[in-house]
Design a protein around this ligand. Structure first.
Ligand code: BES
Ligand code: MN
Ligand code: ZN
Length: 499
């Protein structure tokens, strides 16, 4: 991770020198402070905006050099569009847009005058969202290269945000920054090549959260054997690198309170195993630990902002390889729950890892709910593309809360069906259940499989195969990995499970 933008809050005052960022709504509507500053420019905003065709549309900008005699040097006016419609996600994107403009302009330090027409004063939460957007946009994956790409820009960028209440803004930002760091951690884990991040290295990254006060336990293969995790171990058995199960605990709530639990699929590389995948695009399966990365990033977030909740993260970390010792189509595995599983396709490995991780989590922790995240199926990408994660749940309240947290953060989910009819598709005469459901409804039958291991605990499954990596670059992310799920689940915890 390199050169993340630093954020500082300063008292709103007439800006002096450097780059000043001002905000303009539709039809060039300005807040009073912005109007004062721009009024000092000869002729105000109308002429340069007219010449450049700038109308204050969202995402548009106007770069002005201040005339001689003013205390300002350069003014960057950024469009807000219709501010009445702006929610959390819009402020986040605004921060990203500003960051992108400042980076392109090779600026070292800039002051954003947080003055918005119609919103007076702009609250600390909006300030923190803008700052988070800037920080997320500034994330760059630091790829291993002997010759680093040339960058003639400044070594760092500090974004000062001028607000009325600096104390409140700083407080909101301290929490939001912890979440942003969690997103960046998740992105780093997904971006890393599979030879750099094996199960042991991933477990080490989880252990590093101890610095933030997270309790971390790492189970080895031997310990998992003792627990009879035959499904997870079946997947791992063809790999030279041994599996790990990481258990992360943040105890921020009352002792008597049942924890909330998050479970992640951490397949550090998915070749498909003996049911091997085609060569084209197989490299993308370095991101098949996106669920585990999101859970780890979330644990970072809740610990960094000292969430008042008991939160558990459990991640199953394995590699799926073809080998003389690999599991085969036709094998019958016995999961920790005792359920026997007929393997019909070794490429349907994620659900096997989760079967044991889910069972273990509910049995040991008796959580208030359990949410798993997994890059589970290509089918969910066919259904929803990269704009929504597929959501499955056995509980309408939890599903509703996830939906609301998704809308608030922009990390949206779309609920998909579960039913007895779909469940039937994974019955088999050869075992209690089979690990694939045939050609149709692939994301649904995968979810039905997981439900059999959730054991009536309130549960939701997020199929993030389409959202964890690979979408087009946008205002708040320029890297392959998105960090999807960290902001969504942090928001869920903050809004519904903190005292
Ligand atoms: N990791 C893949 C799913 C995936 C595909 C994630 C593309 C991200 C992008 C998963 O393990 C898998 O291979 N699923 C199979 C299941 C099938 C064999 C039943 C699939 O979706 O084809
Ligand atoms: Mn697979
Ligand atoms: Zn997979």
């Amino acid at each position: 991770m390199t050169k993340l933008t630093k954020v500082a809050f300063v008292k709103a005052a007439a800006p002096k020198g450097g780059v000043t960022v001002l905000l303009a709504g539709e039809k060039l509507a300005l807040g009073t402070l912005a109007a004062d500053v721009l009024g000092a420019l000869e002729g105000g905003l109308d002429r340069p905006a007219g010449v450049a065709g700038f109308t204050g549309k969202v995402g548009a900008s106007l770069d002005l050099v201040a005339p001689a005699g003013l205390s300002l040097d350069r003014v960057l006016v950024v469009g807000l569009g219709k501010t009445e419609e702006a929610g959390e996600e819009e402020w986040l994107k605004l921060g990203g847009t500003i960051q992108g403009l400042l980076k392109a302009a090779k600026v070292e330090k800039a002051t954003l005058v947080l003055d918005v027409p119609g919103i007076d004063p702009v609250g600390p939460e909006i300030a923190a969202q803008i700052a988070m957007g800037a920080k997320l946009r500034s994330y760059v994956y630091d790829a291993p290269k002997a010759k680093k790409p040339e960058d003639d820009g400044p070594a760092s960028l500090t974004l000062q945000i001028a607000v009325t209440d600096t104390k409140a803004a700083k407080k909101a930002w301290t929490a939001a920054e912890g979440v942003a760091d969690g997103v960046c951690l998740a992105r780093d884990l997904v971006n890393l090549p599979p030879n750099y991040l094996g199960p042991v290295e991933f477990a080490k990254a989880a252990s590093d959260l101890e610095k933030l006060g997270v309790e971390v336990e790492i189970l080895t293969e031997k310990e998992m054997k003792k627990l009879k995790m035959g499904a997870l171990l079946g997947v791992a058995q063809g790999a030279a690198r041994p599996p790990r199960l990481a258990i992360m605990r943040w105890n921020g709530g009352k002792k008597s309170e049942a924890p909330v639990a998050f479970v992640g699929k951490g397949v550090v590389f998915d070749t498909g195993g003996i049911s091997i995948k085609p060569a084209a695009g197989m490299d993308e399966m370095r991101g098949d630990m996106g669920g585990a990365a999101a859970v780890t990033g979330l644990m970072h977030a809740v610990a960094a902002r000292k969430a008042k909740a008991n939160v558990i993260g459990v991640i199953g970390i394995v590699e799926n390889m073809p080998d003389g010792n690999a599991y085969r189509p036709g094998d019958v595995l016995t999961a920790m729950s005792g359920t026997t599983i007929e393997v019909l396709n070794t490429d349907a490995e994620g659900r096997l890892v989760l079967a044991d991780a889910l069972w273990y989590t509910q049995e040991r922790f008796k959580p208030a709910f359990m949410i798993d995240l997994a890059t589970l199926t290509g089918a969910v990408i066919v259904a929803l593309g990269n704009l929504n994660a597929g959501m499955y749940s056995n509980n309408d309240e939890l599903a509703g809360r996830l939906d609301a947290a998704g809308k608030a953060t922009g990390e949206t989910v779309w609920r998909m069906p579960l039913s007895k009819g779909y469940d039937k598709l994974i019955d088999t005469p050869n075992a209690d259940v089979k690990n694939t459901g045939g050609r149709t409804a692939g994301s649904i039958t995968a979810a039905q499989f997981l439900q059999r291991f959730a054991n009536d605990v309130t549960w939701a499954h997020l199929d993030i195969a389409g959202t964890a990596f690979g979408p087009p670059k946008n205002e708040i992310n320029q890297s392959w990995a998105t960090g999807y799920g960290v902001r969504l689940l942090d928001r869920l915890v903050a809004d519904y499970y903190e005292a």
